[in-house]
Design a protein. Structure first.
Length: 748
């Protein structure tokens, strides 16, 4: 029998429907006037506690991704309307009781959102984001994100704490693995593709979820590469390098934004009005909600800008942060702050409105259980077609770094093949960090299994572990040497375990961990050809490998289909096409090293002392941005420009012909860079402004044309105006940021 409270709730909903008409579907966050009126009606009857509850997202205690917040009695909090969402819990059987609790027992029955970190796949684990970025394939990245959203929403997840849009130029930072690399142009395109994948065309579709782009802003520039550390930079660098991917996400319609842990120029992001109001709201017109990162509101006290949690809540709320994650500072302190004039009712209502907009857009206000369909969960999650797509994504993510004397691809009929290393028969580390959703880890394909399934029946596979991933033991060396001596080729799986990657895992030493390099040096003594397959979540130091092994494959952490994808590349069923989105340093002492650096008044000159250089190292990285080999070879013609001079209203076409001069069909990523030869402020030596991935059969050639407009030439000038200045520009087209053709043109 229905309770009086539920009857009153039902009468209210009926009255609202009669008064305002049938609810309308939202296209992303472009809500109809009718929806805003429904929100007005709801705000009018909400108590302050209920409003603050909507601005509070808690973490389910069994699955935390940060320091523990205050403990909370879930049932009591839900029945009082003190919670707007619950993080880090998934599965219809687990989520539906929580949704029923809040709908049936709270006064207004406003449903919960269920956020989670779906970083690279839900149940089917895709390659880590840094690996997927190496594909430069926006369509494939969007498709992978769409599959992640389809699986996650079938498990009840309605909001994704992704994509990460942080530019990262310091591989000591463990969270580099979550982003697109060092370049703002490429990362902007990747970020928008991921937002489209998560949110689709219509958030009311139950296979879509709200994206939450993170971490706003400049988190990837943490000083010393140490996670959570301070950031201090000019506004020019902030705007030109670190903000563009976030603006791209806003233009793509992202529904929410998460602030970063760091301070920027003395002001923590969680209380930074310049970021949250001036830029995000006033300049970009963002109309979703801003959420703190895990306990970041409370951490304003540790930053030293708030005396206590009450002041932290005041600073964050007034700066423009709408939703508190885990800390519960808003829930416990905003009421008192309103009584004393520290926070206005209008500001609270504005924040609540933004949360309610998302819930209306998702369709939760009309059907709280639309994401909680057990039959859909069982029929949707972990399908073979998703695994097939994950395999293709993994192959596209692999980067071939070295292939001396065309040692690769290997023949499937090879006589004896030695497989050595701690990652060969390893199904834990290939899944990558931040793969919380995958419960089918036992199905992750190892390199051993992938290779065994590829070679002929006559091939003899010899396997030895060689060493562990990160200790000093050499007890397995002798067995590794024994099988290497017997083999025709030695494939060595080395790299970085996931225990050394991700949030809170910064490193000062980027060498191969443990005794892995010592193992490679021992194997080198056999004189046998060595192929190194590297699993990692960041660039590692590979100078010794570059000079001492025949082949190097950067395989990152590729997820469920890791072994199959690596075997496909190793034996030539897939011609590698990945290109690096982050420069690989020669040494830690070079960091940060990135392609779009600026010149100096004393640029490098060979054998000149009085120039900007190191006395013990080149300035240049081991492998530059955009670098990646193929089993084929691609020849570039000279660049043809449609005009040598253009006006601001003109467009310029830059054309090259690409020929596949090698024996294999394959894909090439053609890259366009531009340099402003003189500006009112100093300009980078080159900046990526276009790319196109083409497929050419052996002997085939294709014309590739890039259109350049004045927008591609703009930057922040001496007065911080975003303009293109008249003058000379150099255009580069090539296979990476170093190996390019070039031409000059002028803007009049």
């Amino acid at each position: 029998m229905a309770t009086h409270r539920n009857i009153m709730k039902a009468l209210y909903l009926v009255f609202a429907a009669l008064l305002l008409g049938a609810p309308t579907q939202a296209q992303k966050l472009d809500l109809s006037p009718g929806t805003e009126q429904r929100i007005d009606s709801l705000l009018a009857i909400m108590t302050l506690e209920e409003k603050l509850g909507q601005l509070t997202v808690i973490a389910f205690s069994s699955e935390v991704t940060g320091p523990e917040g205050d403990t909370i009695d879930i049932r009591t909090a839900l029945s009082k309307g003190h919670v707007g969402g619950i993080q880090n819990i998934r599965g219809v059987d687990r989520l539906r009781p929580l949704q029923e609790m809040v709908v049936n027992e709270s006064r207004l029955g406003i449903p919960l959102i269920f956020p989670s970190d779906i970083i690279h796949g839900s149940e089917v684990v895709f390659p880590i984001p840094l690996a997927e970025a190496s594909s430069w394939d926006l369509e494939a990245i969007e498709r992978a994100s769409r599959i992640a959203a389809t699986e996650a929403t079938a498990q009840g997840i309605t909001m994704n704490f992704a994509p990460m849009a942080d530019i990262a130029r310091d591989p000591r930072w463990g969270r580099m693995m979550e982003g697109g690399g060092e370049d703002p142009f490429l990362t902007s395109h990747i970020t928008a593709a991921r937002v489209r994948g998560y949110q689709g065309d219509d958030l009311s579709d139950p296979s879509t979820m709200v994206g939450c782009v993170k971490h706003f802003a400049a988190y990837g520039a943490a000083e010393g590469g140490r996670d959570y550390n301070i950031v201090d930079m000019s506004e020019r660098r902030l705007r030109e390098v670190y903000l563009p991917p976030f603006e791209s996400a806003v233009h793509a319609g992202v529904g929410s934004i998460m602030v970063s842990f760091n301070e920027i120029n003395g002001v923590p992001a969680s209380s930074n009005e310049f970021l949250l109001k001036d830029i995000l709201r006033d300049e970009w017109g963002f109309n979703g909600f801003v959420i703190g990162d895990y306990t970041s509101v409370g951490e304003l006290v540790e930053h030293g800008v708030a005396e206590d949690l009450s002041e932290a809540a005041q600073l964050a709320m007034n700066a423009g942060l709408d939703v508190d994650l885990v800390t519960q500072a808003f829930l416990h302190h905003i009421e008192h702050l309103m009584e004393t004039g520290g926070v206005s009712v209008d500001r609270v209502d504005e924040a609540v409105r933004r949360m309610l907009r998302i819930k209306f857009a998702l369709g939760l206000m009309d059907d709280p259980y639309r994401y909680l369909d057990k039959a859909r969960e069982e029929s949707t999650v972990y399908r073979q077609e998703y695994l097939d797509i994950a395999r293709d994504m993994a192959r596209k993510s692999i980067v071939l770094l070295k292939n001396d004397n065309n040692v690769l691809p290997l023949e499937t009929t090879i006589g004896k093949l030695a497989l050595v290393g701690p990652f060969i028969d390893n199904r834990i580390d290939p899944k990558g960090e931040w793969a919380f959703g995958g419960s089918h880890y036992e199905d992750i394909v190892t390199m051993l299994a992938g290779i065994q399934g590829k070679v002929s029946e006559d091939t003899q596979i010899l396997y030895a572990k060689g060493c562990n991933t990160n200790d000093d033991s050499v007890e397995y060396f002798d067995e590794a040497m024994r099988i290497a001596d017997q083999a025709d080729v030695v494939v060595v799986g080395v790299g970085e375990p996931i225990s050394m990657v991700g949030e809170g895992h910064s490193r000062t030493n980027l060498d191969l961990p443990g005794v892995q390099l010592d193992l490679l040096k021992e194997l080198r003594k056999t004189g046998k050809p060595i192929i190194a397959i590297l699993l990692s979540g960041r660039p590692l130091l590979l100078d010794w490998l570059e000079h001492n092994v025949e082949g190097i494959i950067q395989a990152w952490h590729l997820g469920h289909e890791s072994g199959h994808a690596i075997a496909d590349v190793l034996f030539g069923d897939y011609n590698p096409s990945g290109k690096l989105t982050v420069s690989f340093p020669l040494s830690v002492g070079q960091i940060p090293v990135y392609y779009s650096h600026k010149t100096t008044g004393r640029p490098f000159q060979e054998d000149l002392r009085w120039c900007s250089h190191y006395i013990d190292s080149p300035n240049t990285p081991l492998y530059p941005f955009g670098y990646g080999l193929s089993y084929s070879s691609f020849e570039y013609s000279e660049i043809y420009l449609s005009h040598s001079e253009i006006s601001p209203s003109d467009t310029l076409t830059a054309t090259v012909r690409i020929r596949n001069a090698g024996p294999y069909d394959g894909s090439e990523i053609v890259q366009l860079y531009i340099r402003d030869m003189k500006g009112s402020v100093t300009r980078p030596v080159k900046q990526l402004r276009g790319f196109e991935k083409i497929f050419l059969r052996s002997g085939e050639e294709q014309e590739v044309a890039f259109t350049i407009t004045v927008e591609d030439l703009k930057f922040y000038d001496l007065n911080m105006d975003y303009v293109a200045e008249p003058g000379r520009y150099r255009v580069f087209i090539g296979k990476n940021s170093v190996d390019v053709r070039e031409q000059l043109f002028a803007l009049r």
